[in-house]
Design a protein around this ligand. Sequence first.
Ligand code: BG6
Length: 510
Amino acid sequence: MTAVHGANPLRDAADRRLPRIAGPSGLVIFGVTGDLSRKKLMPAVYDLANRGLLPPGFSLIGFARRDWEDEDFAEVVHDAVKQHSRTPFREEVWQQLIQGMRFVQGNFDDDAAFEQLKSTIQELDKAQGTGGNFAFYLSVPPKFFPQVVQQLKKHELADAPEGSWRRAVIEKPFGHDLKSAKDLNAIVHEVFAPDQVFRIDHYLGKETVQNILALRFANQMFEPIWNRSYVDHVQITMAEDIGIGGRAGYYDGIGAARDVIQNHLLQLMALTAMEEPASFDANALVAEKAKVLGAVRLPKDLSKDTVRGQYSAGWQGGEKAVGYLQEEGIDPKSKTDTYAAIKLGVDNRRWAGVPFYLRTGKRLGRRVTEIAVVFQRAPHSPFDHTATEELGQNAIVIRVQPDEGITVRFGSKVPGTSMEIRDVSMDFAYGESFTESSPEAYERLILDVLLGDANLFPRTEEVELSWNILDPIEQHWDENGTPAQYPAGTWGPVEADEMLARDGRSWRRP
Ligand code: BG6
């Protein structure tokens, strides 16, 4: 066997296949009454416990303003788990989990509450054997990040006692532009060292997203064609059929590009475009992703090669949907984008001249996230024109969700006496190839935090490079006009179709 990457590849490979179980530890959730906590975090904790991946004394502390006792908190977790967890409810798992559940009541400026948190942690160390190892999950609006982080420092919660660890988990949005992101980074790093900070981009926790690395770097047949000599362009789509639901307060003024392009879509682009990392460790991965983000080139004419849109009233799944401006809590004059499409380049040897088209939107035709690597047409066709009229371009499509898998599109002969060629698909579907179902992104990410595995968490550098890409676009939009309208349930504004048509291309209709 040839030795590759690192001192002992055999041992590393074996380790990665073993189930990874967290050691003695606990999780403190700030903002425990919020949507994310109920729908994702609490269920993920239960699912991990149910899969046997948490230590027996694992502890969960909720911190919020509500006037709750431990029992009230446990009841809320119970309901959240029953409603949203992925794996079946088992009473014995629940009974074990509930032993380590505590609630601390208070505001973020309340010193007594943070002292209470400190003594709760000490009590759990004794009662549950958590060993002083705690992660603090900031599932709170960004304006509270500085305050919570500083309170953790003031009450000596950020410094790990000898032989234990303390970590901070920070939810997006990490700033709303480069300057605010830098300010925030400075505040966080005053209190926590870089290796204590875990920034969540939940797309990186998705199996299909991690599989981009497997597809590209565990195989031989894709990489030789994964470059400007063969690829015509790349389309990255994150389409949602939902509107903004009850999130007006968060969404208005933020918009689609800041909400998901700055993080999820640019991360997908970085994973698709990056070079092979020297190893699968956080530093090596970040280094390669950062090189791509640093090499991103904006279009010369932002009014032609970026489009922002806003949904108007329409139909979705047979039901009437109101327009964005009529949604509850939205300023009727809001210019917030609910759709964004941008064309980017990557200035390096592999990708020079290959456009990456990124688009996302709420209230689009259906929910789908995919990365389509679209290849150039064959340089010459020996078949007669009429027989191949329908032929599209070859493509490798990574279906991130739903219907997770990979499709390869290519032309094939239609059975019969003539040489007629038609596009066909070759499909890999997770559901058919594997019996294990995919864990939720948050299961994976919470487990990684408890294990101190930072591979799937964007670093300061990536966050700042991503804002650097988005800032000029947001500024251009602020200074020019209003978002184009598109009826709910359609595939976005015509301006976005025109943007691709000018390049002689069209968006895929997934
Ligand atoms: C979040 C965005 O990061 O991702 C939401 O803030 C969006 O606006 C959500 O709806 C989509 O996540 P998923 O996993 O359902 O694609």
